[in-house]
Design a protein around this ligand. Structure first.
Ligand code: SF4
Length: 361
C-alpha cells in the first residue's frame, strides 16, 4: 500500500462510533462578500474538473470562507481545503505541499501576474466592483481643481471604473492617457504594489495621478515611483483625498538609508515565494557588500515577521522580497530594512536623489 493513500476502511473507526449517517443537509447559500462570484467563476472551476481544490482568501475576507469552501465542495464534488495563510498577491501562491495536494488553487481578490509561474494551477477571482455612475464622481473630481492632464490608475477591484470615468472626465476637458504596463501587470492602468509601470508609461504626458480605490497602500507606492502629485479617489465613499506627502515618505526612507551607512554586517533577505524570489539579486548584493568592505549573509524566508529578525548579530538588512515590506512595515523591525536601491544608496553606489522605488519586473 502507498504510505500516502488512506486504507480502504479508513472510516471504519468512525462508523463504529457513530449512528447510521443521516442524509447531509443541503449546502447553505454562500453569503456576504462571496455571494456573487458569478457564473463565469463556477464555469471556469467546473471546466478544470478538479478532484481537490485549495481555497485562499485575503485576510480581510475570511469570515465567509468556510461556507464558500463547502459550496465549492458541493458544486464540484472536489475535496476542498481552506488555506490558513492569506496571500498578498499572485506573487505568493501556495507551494505544492502547502496546498494539501490540491490540483487547483482558487485565489480570491487578486489578478494573475503574467510573468510569475505558480507551483499549482491557480484560478484567480478578481472580485471586481461593479462601477457606479461616473458622472457625479467626474463632477466632484473636476470641481476639485485637480490637474487636467491626469494619469488614471486603479486597484484590480476598481479597474472596471477606469473607462467610464475616463469618458466622463474627457467630456469635462481632461486628457487621460492609458498605456499597458510591463509583463508583471495583467491590465493597463493597473496598480500593483511592486509595479506601477502602466503609470510610468504615461508619466511624461500627465501632471498628476489619480488612484481609484481604497486605502493608502497604492497612493503611497505610486508616490514613491513618481514625483507627480498622487491624488486618491475612493469610489465607494465618493471621497477625493489630497495628494500624498511624497517628501515626507522619501525623507523617512532616506533616514533608514542614513542609519545603514555605518552598518558593518548585513543580512540579505531572499524570499521563497515564486513571485518574490530574486536569488541572483541577493547574491549580487552580497558580493557588492563584501566588495565595499562589509560582511553579508543571505537569509531565506517565506512570510517575513518582525520577530524573525530578532537576536541576530546583524546591523541592517536588505530585502529582495516584496518591496513593500521595507517601505510599509519598517516599524515592525528593530534594525533598518532597506530595499536594494536604498542599499546601493547606503553604499554610495547610487545618489540619494532621485529616490528609486524597488520595482519588480
Ligand atoms: S511582491 Fe508585494 S506588492 Fe508585489 S504583488 Fe506581491 S505582495 Fe503585492
Amino acid at each position: 500500500m502507498d504510505a500516502k493513500s488512506p486504507p480502504a476502511d479508513a472510516d471504519r473507526d468512525l462508523r463504529l462510533l457513530l449512528p447510521p449517517a443521516a442524509e447531509s443537509p443541503p449546502a447553505a447559500p454562500v453569503a456576504g462578500v462571496f455571494a456573487d462570484l458569478g457564473a463565469p467563476f463556477w464555469e471556469a472551476l467546473a471546466g478544470r474538473a478538479p478532484r481537490s481544490v485549495a481555497l485562499q482568501v485575503p485576510a480581510g475576507l475570511v469570515r465567509d470562507a468556510a461556507r464558500l469552501a463547502r459550496t465549492i465542495a458541493d458544486r464540484t464534488g472536489a475535496r476542498v481545503t481552506l488555506l490558513n495563510r492569506a496571500c498578498f498577491g499572485a506573487c505568493d501562491g501556495p507551494a505544492t505541499d502547502e496546498s494539501n495536494g490540491a490540483d487547483v488553487v482558487v485565489a480570491l481578490g487578486h489578478s494573475p501576474i503574467p510573468n510569475v509561474r505558480l507551483a499549482v494551477p491557480t484560478l484567480f477571482v478578481e472580485m471586481r466592483q461593479p462601477p457606479a455612475d461616473p458622472e457625479p464622481m467626474a463632477d466632484r473630481i473636476a470641481a476639485s481643481g485637480i490637474p487636467r492632464r491626469l494619469g488614471l490608475v486603479a486597484s484590480v477591484q476598481h479597474l472596471d471604473l477606469v473607462e467610464p470615468l475616463r469618458e466622463a472626465l474627457r467630456r469635462r476637458g481632461f486628457s487621460l492617457p492609458i498605456r499597458p504596463g510591463d509583463r508583471r501587470l495583467a491590465y493597463a492602468a493597473q496598480a500593483l504594489g511592486c509595479n506601477y509601470s502602466s503609470s510610468e508609461a504615461v508619466a511624461g504626458e500627465v501632471d498628476a495621478f489619480l488612484f481609484l480605490g481604497t486605502g493608502e497602500f497604492h497612493p503611497r507606492g505610486l508616490a514613491l515611483t513618481s514625483d507627480r502629485p498622487v491624488y486618491a479617489f475612493d469610489p465607494l465613499q465618493g471621497r477625493l483625498e489630497p495628494p500624498v506627502d511624497r517628501e515626507r515618505l522619501v525623507a523617512r526612507r532616506l533616514l533608514y538609508v542614513a542609519q545603514a551607512q555605518s552598518a558593518r554586517r548585513f543580512g540579505i533577505l531572499v524570499s521563497t515565494f515564486a513571485g518574490q524570489h530574486r536569488p541572483a539579486m541577493a547574491e549580487a548584493l552580497r558580493r557588492r557588500a563584501e566588495a565595499a568592505g562589509r560582511e553579508a549573509v543571505v537569509i531565506a524566508f517565506g512570510r517575513l515577521q518582525g520577530t524573525d529578525l530578532l537576536g541576530r548579530d546583524l546591523d541592517a538588512y536588505v530585502n529582495t522580497a516584496c518591496p513593500r515590506i521595507a517601505t510599509d512595515d519598517a516599524g515592525l523591525f528593530e534594525r533598518p530594512v532597506l530595499t536594494p536601491p536604498e542599499f546601493l544608496m547606503a553604499l554610495g553606489s547610487l545618489p540619494m536623489a532621485p529616490y528609486r522605488f524597488d520595482t519588480f519586473r
